[in-house]
Design a protein around this ligand. Sequence first.
Ligand SMILES: [Zn+2]
Ligand SMILES: [Zn+2]
Length: 337
Amino acid sequence: MVQRLLEPGQIEALDHTAIPRLLLPEARSLFAARAARLRQLANNDIKGIPVGEAMQGYLQLMAAVVDAQGAVAAALPAETFSLPPAADIKLAIDHNMPPLPVNGTRPEAWRTVFAALLDHLQAAVRDQPQIDAVLAELRALDTAQLEGCADAVLAELTEGVHPLHAPFVAAALQVMWTMRAAQLDSPRVQPLVTNTLCPVCGSHPVASVIRIGGQSQGYRYLQCSCCASEWHMVRVKCSCCEHTSKIAYQSLETSEDKLPVEGAADAKQNKANDPSKVARAETCDDCKTYRKIFNQEHDFHVEPLADDLASLTLDVLVSEAGYARASGNPLLWFNAA
Ligand SMILES: [Zn+2]
Ligand SMILES: [Zn+2]
């Protein structure tokens, strides 16, 4: 039996007939939790997601980037993140279109966010010549070049943006979209015709997560790679082609767990905090793709983007088995090449 983390007042409020379809991000806590998680992963402190030395420095750098995202979100005036006119939002929602589309016109303010992000990062990352060099290159980009990078990042293209620049451009765009998504009215936002794209911005999910607590207990959500909104999708369904018949799961065996993961006896099956079930790849034999799924029942602090970034070993395992990644991680662009 999985322990439910509910306060007494929440038990009365619990209504299992009402699954929250859309969980909008809370920007400040999101970035703080993500940065903390990245550091824990970098320290190899997470059972179920072992991190090799080669990856640790990169995760520390991305933790600094996420810290800078949080600092920028808090420091810039609210009007930087103002929503489009209410009539435009209503029109999009009425037509089952995302209200903050990544392929629409971008608010110019994203470049202010980008410049502020570089400032915060420069102050945080000292005495690292390679990082300084990348930051100097990013500062040297003119408006047209920067907008070209943003187009490529948001369209998830590998051409049109330098692989080393892409995570920083993506980070600024994430702040822009996350801060605006947080201001929407979640019950009003409609699911899209295809449930595999974010109903808020139309991006692909970075990974999926099984949530615990309150009305989301045990439900699976896909987390948007751009705006961090989470939308509901039933479990055991392909998050790429939406077929359900040929889904399987693969996980990394942990060093303490000598038994094969799925053969680990019925006694283990429903036990919480099982490291082998924290991070798994959900593979589909209909479209031959996979996405990772992280389970809060087995690690309360799972964070889809951070955990996806840190579990590259799982990508290697699943790609060797013949599955392609359904979509990328915005903070790991050079993986896409
Ligand atoms: Zn989104
Ligand atoms: Zn599929």
